[in-house]
Write a protein that binds this ligand. Structure first.
Ligand SMILES: [Zn+2]
Length: 74
């Protein structure tokens, strides 16, 4: 299901949210390619976002990021 492609990302302004990040090849490739131009639902702006290592977030920050999801599945 699409849920497995949910990733917490951070925009250029530091906003955290969850988005559907479908890797083209593999997770490793995503890590390397890193960034994507998309709309940030927190700041309501277009920006560059990059996946965040969820293990590096505290639980409150992660919960907040998980609560904001741009549900726009292509
Ligand atoms: Zn933002």
């Amino acid at each position: 299901m699409l849920e497995r492609f949910d990733r917490v990302v951070r925009c250029r302004d530091g906003h955290l949210f969850t988005t559907v990040w479908v890797p083209l090849a593999s997770f490793k490739a995503v890590r390397l390619s890193g960034r994507r131009w998309q709309r940030c639902p927190v700041g309501r702006h277009w920006t560059m976002v990059a996946p965040v290592d969820e293990a590096g977030l505290d639980s409150a920050t992660l919960a907040a990021a998980r609560s904001i999801h741009d549900i726009r599945i292509p």
